[in-house]
Design a protein around this ligand. Structure first.
Ligand code: HEC
Ligand code: HEC
Ligand code: HEC
Ligand code: HEC
Length: 368
């Protein structure tokens, strides 16, 4: 057990870029230059405390998100991300994993808390308060809350009305989004950073809870299918907003960008998980090797349907296939990340219709 703890500690130390560790000023720089802000596991206790102190919370508190984003909150309340707080810890599977890990309570075990819950600071202690919430995907809100809804990002200006932000003068809107982003907000257009968060939890990068606990070694996750089903909450940009908002689906162009970004971030995260492994050929390692090859095949299908030079160039340095003995250069995941961001900058999706046949159409869960 001591050895396991020590290994885990080393794993945690290798994640020093985690959001909670750095001060918010430094964090802002990090977010802009390298949006590897990840809400998921492996924060140290101190990191968890810092993060919890930056959480506004979707509901309950005075300044919560639901006070302005009522529809988004209703949609969220119909997801498994919300339900996990109320139900998951009571299931037999959860109790079995906890027993294997030598723990008793999901909400009090950091290993579970960091992916299944949003925590707040109560009496200086980290306490799970909600399921996977707004700030797990959009960034902890304390610093950007005040700016993100003000004209031109001027906190003395009055609040925008819900759904009117898109009609704001372009430069004023740009300032508002840029200022929020500097303070750690992940806007809906930042799909690389959002995808990093999804895969940061959904590849389950915590080998101990898989190898020792028996937890699932990652989700069969697709960025389009999984974001456009139960998770979808695109009300503010719908045709009828703000008068008659509907939960708009992503456009064909946006789906293409989401699909390719999802595959690239899946590969990036999976390879990064492999570089941090401590138990070679364990259940988690085997699962990650399979995952890397599955996603590589999907990327190859994309590239044969549609030439995307910046991606094919980056993929050349990925072992094909990945095997358990492959040594993955620690810099490789980051390079894939840069290629993905270059891809997003240079493609608005309109020229990628060649891949439409590859994009899943069966959604995960029912849209609200
Ligand atoms: C690194 C992120 C992460 C951590 C840490 C984590 N989980 Fe999970 N867990 C997930 C994800 C993602 C899913 C959803 C899997 C899916 O539906 O594809 C999940 C699903 C589950 C399920 C349902 C499994 C099923 O077959 O549907 C149980 C039970 C569970 N987790 C228990 C736990 C317990 C107990 C802990 C702490 C020991 C824990 N989890 C820690 C990410 C995590
Ligand atoms: C699981 C991750 C996740 C969670 C949880 C989440 N969001 Fe989002 N949010 C996204 C993604 C992804 C998009 C962009 C979706 C797209 O383009 O189809 C988005 C888009 C948005 C938008 C812009 C919608 C538009 O019409 O342009 C708003 C506003 C928003 N989210 C607010 C919230 C609020 C408030 C909550 C909590 C009640 C929340 N989100 C919870 C991932 C999430
Ligand atoms: C005082 C009201 C208010 C509160 C509280 C509030 N928001 Fe917003 N939010 C807005 C307004 C106004 C917009 C701009 C809407 C638009 O663009 O039409 C916005 C936009 C957003 C967007 C979309 C930005 C973009 O274009 O990509 C997200 C995401 C978001 N809010 C998340 C949150 C989260 C998470 C919380 C809680 C931590 C929160 N908001 C709390 C008013 C608020
Ligand atoms: C903080 C960690 C975390 C982040 C970030 C996250 N998820 Fe999840 N997600 C989970 C966990 C944990 C579950 C399983 C909840 C349960 O059932 O107990 C889950 C479940 C889901 C489910 C339901 C799966 C099922 O089996 O029915 C969908 C869909 C989903 N997530 C989509 C997304 C998308 C899309 C994103 C990014 C935009 C995302 N998630 C980001 C942790 C996360």
């Amino acid at each position: 057990m001591e050895l396991a703890l020590k290994t885990r500690r080393n794993l945690m130390l290798s994640q020093k870029w985690k959001q909670g560790l750095v001060g918010s000023a430094l964090l802002a720089l990090l977010v802009v230059s390298n949006p590897m802000v990840n809400a998921s596991g492996w924060m140290t206790e101190e990191e968890e405390i810092v993060r919890a102190s930056m959480i506004v919370g979707p509901t309950k508190n005075d300044d919560n998100c639901s006070s302005c984003h009522a529809l988004e909150t209703e949609a969220w309340e119909a997801t498994s991300h919300f339900a996990t707080f109320k139900t998951r810890h009571r299931t037999d599977e959860a109790k079995e994993i906890l027993a294997n890990m030598g723990s008793k309570s999901m909400k009090r075990t950091g290993d579970c808390r960091q992916c299944h819950y949003t925590s707040e600071l109560k009496n200086e202690k980290v306490r799970a308060s909600f399921g996977v919430s707004c700030e797990s995907c959009h960034g902890a809100g304390r610093e950007w809350l005040a700016v993100h809804s003000k004209l031109g990002g001027d906190i003395n200006a009055s609040d925008l009305k819900w759904g009117t932000g898109k009609e704001q003068a372009a430069d004023s809107r740009m300032q508002r989004l840029a200022k929020s982003q500097e303070k750690g907000m992940i806007n809906s257009s930042m799909i690389y950073a959002i995808a990093k968060n999804c895969f940061g939890c959904h590849t389950v990068p915590n080998e101990l809870i898989v190898n020792t606990g028996g937890h699932k070694a990652g989700s069969d996750f697709d960025m389009v299918a999984w974001s456009q089903g139960e998770v979808r909450h695109n009300f503010s940009s719908s045709a009828g907003a703000p008068d008659a908002p509907t939960n708009r689906t992503a456009s064909a162009e946006q789906k293409r960008r989401l699909y390719v970004t999802g595959l690239m971030v899946d590969l990036e995260t999976t390879l990064s998980n492999i570089t941090r492994l401590s138990e070679k050929s364990g259940t988690y390692h085997v699962a990650m090797v399979k995952r890397a090859n599955d996603v590589r095949n999907k990327l190859d299908a994309v590239l044969s349907a549609q030439a995307i030079s910046e991606l094919s160039a980056a993929l050349e340095s990925v072992p094909n296939p990945v095997v358990e003995t492959s040594s993955i250069d620690a810099e490789l995941p980051g390079k894939l990340g840069i290629a993905t961001q270059v891809f997003l900058k240079s493609h608005d999706g309109s020229e990628l219709s060649g891949i439409d046949g590859l994009i899943p159409t069966v959604l995960k869960g029912t849209p609200y």
